[in-house]
Design a protein around this ligand. Sequence first.
Ligand code: FES
Length: 177
Amino acid sequence: MSLKKCKEKLTQILDEYGKENEALLPCLHAACEKCGYLSEETISFLAEKLNLPRVEVYSVATFYSMFNLKKTGKYIIRVCVSLPCYLKGSRKILEILKDELNIEINQTTQDKKFTLEAVSCLGLCEQAPAMMINKEVYGNLTPKKVRQIVRQYKLSTTERSLKAPLQNPNSKIEGAG
Ligand code: FES
């Protein structure tokens, strides 16, 4: 989405919330979702509209790990590295993703398709080790399953083409485990 469209969307949200401080979080969410990340310009725009110091908008944006302040790939892979996932092998999962994508943590592939992040608990502890790719969740990961998932994303040309095979990774990935 262009910056212009992104600003239009933010203006809609601001109208809804009456430009009160409560609009800040919904706006940051919308900006990340619609624009892909929080650019300097978006932060300045929100600060101006909400009549907040720029530094305040910036500190809220940096407080929450789900907000990206750098341009990200089409797919953001978030691997949980909190203790339950760590104990079940999240480090290995990250190593495999780094190898498959040929990037390090917090980097984006050259084709701008993937960004890899190590994050704290995703709320999927019962399925540790777990990761998310955009809004899709993947649990009970094994090295083999992770390679299969990421290779399907690499091959995909549209989000829709991914939904069917990957919706329930615990049961639909053949040969997982
Ligand atoms: S510890 Fe990994 S999802 Fe909660």
